[in-house]
Design a protein around this ligand. Structure first.
Ligand SMILES: [Zn+2]
Length: 380
């Protein structure tokens, strides 16, 4: 039986936008759908499109404070007050706009639809490209995020007795998600991201490994600016398979921010979508149900193309590169995209590569020394 999957999207969610000057473009989800549809890779025998629904108040309260939700609703209706700045709202990264609450509630609900499909066994994998708001805290917004759909989905899965591995591959540290589960061993949070030395939210270091019962159940792999695909794939291979084997999650929640790409205007990594193409199959092959969400990605076209590639991999439907020459570019009018959905690989110069690699090797060694023994992983 092929694995059953759902792409969570609808015409309704396409109606909502952040203010035009904001680099966060909700349009990326629709663009992903358009690319896939144009290439005949969107819906196959074993996959379907599912419409999101708004998250309910009860679901939002699984993580967020009632006063914070009330403030979001009030602000969305045009009543912004000075003290809302203390809730992290009203900055250039968390603008005030009319669509704020209806969009945030629908985008979060989209992730919860995916979680429901996985819990019911109707889907083995689901992808909500409109999800991944990992910077939202219980009572504070941050980094374009108001409602943390990732946390709420993990809490719902956890409440149904599932052991959850929450793997965040966005270029930014998943700080809101880490905070939610820092003391909780039933949701194991792992974040690969550009180091907090050079990027918002300025944290997520390798010595942050959880507390109390959750000690050892939070892993951060900070990557230096300039990290390329090879070094990312190396770090992923050293950390993720041993943790998967030891923890044996029932569900993987995966955030695939495409702000890892070298073309991203807000980040400083030197990666391409091959980094995802080289690692995602490992998660698919392990056969654990997988709930994927989008996240960051501030070059909209490249982000959509990366998510289109990720969806084809989740579907086990990777197009033959030779058979789709030029198609990804053709449908989006970008002649540079001569290899279909795949980016051209970027090869770092030797000097940069050696500097970055040795820093990442040190990080991996530190994690293997501190976290692996807690899970009785034999470190050779
Ligand atoms: Zn990001």
């Amino acid at each position: 039986m092929p694995r059953a999957g759902a792409f969570i999207h609808s015409d309704e969610i396409e109606r909502y936008h952040y203010p035009p000057e904001c680099p966060f473009k909700t349009e990326r989800a629709a663009m992903t759908r358009t690319i896939l549809h144009s290439m005949g890779l969107y819906i196959c025998d074993n996959t379907c499109e599912m419409a999101p629904r708004p998250a309910t108040e009860k679901e939002l309260l699984l993580f967020h404070e009632p006063e914070y939700l009330e403030a979001l609703r009030r602000i969305s209706k045009g009543d912004f007050r000075a003290d809302d700045l203390y809730r992290g709202i009203g900055t250039s990264d968390t603008p005030v706009f009319a669509d704020l609450y209806p969009y945030a509630e629908l985008a979060a609900g989209a992730t919860l639809v995916g979680a429901e499909l996985i819990l019911s066994g109707k889907a083995d994998f689901a992808f909500n490209p409109s999800g991944g708001y990992h910077h939202a805290f219980a009572a504070a917004a941050g980094g374009f995020c108001y409602i943390n759909d990732v946390v709420i989905a993990c809490k719902i899965l956890e409440a149904k007795g599932r052991r959850v591995l929450c793997l965040d591959l966005d270029a930014h540290h998943g700080n809101g998600t880490q905070a939610a589960f820092y003391g909780d061993p039933d949701v194991f949070t792992v974040s690969f991201h550009e180091s907090g030395k050079t990027l918002f939210p300025w944290g997520g270091f390798e010595n942050e490994i959880g507390e109390n019962r959750g000690f050892g159940y939070n892993v951060n792999v900070p990557l230096p600016a300039g990290t390329d695909d090879d070094t990312f794939v190396f770090a992923f291979g050293e950390i993720v398979p041993p943790l998967l084997n030891a923890y044996k999650p029932d569900v993987i929640v995966l955030e695939i921010g495409m702000d890892i790409l070298s073309v991203d205007p807000l980040t400083h990594l030197s990666m391409t979508n091959n980094a995802i193409a080289d690692t995602l199959p490992l998660l698919v092959k392990c056969g654990i149900p997988l709930l994927a969400v989008g996240g960051g990605g501030y070059h909209p076209e490249h982000t959509a193309r990366g998510w289109a590639l990720a969806w084809t991999i989740l579907c086990g439907n990777e197009p033959d590169a030779a058979g789709t020459i030029g198609m990804g570019g053709m449908f989006l009018g970008n002649a540079e995209w001569s290899a279909g959905l795949w980016d051209g690989r970027i090869y770092a110069t030797d000097e940069n590569k050696i500097a970055v690699r040795s820093q990442v090797e040190n990080t991996v060694t530190a994690i293997r020394a501190t976290v692996f023994p807690i899970h009785r992983i034999n470190v050779q």
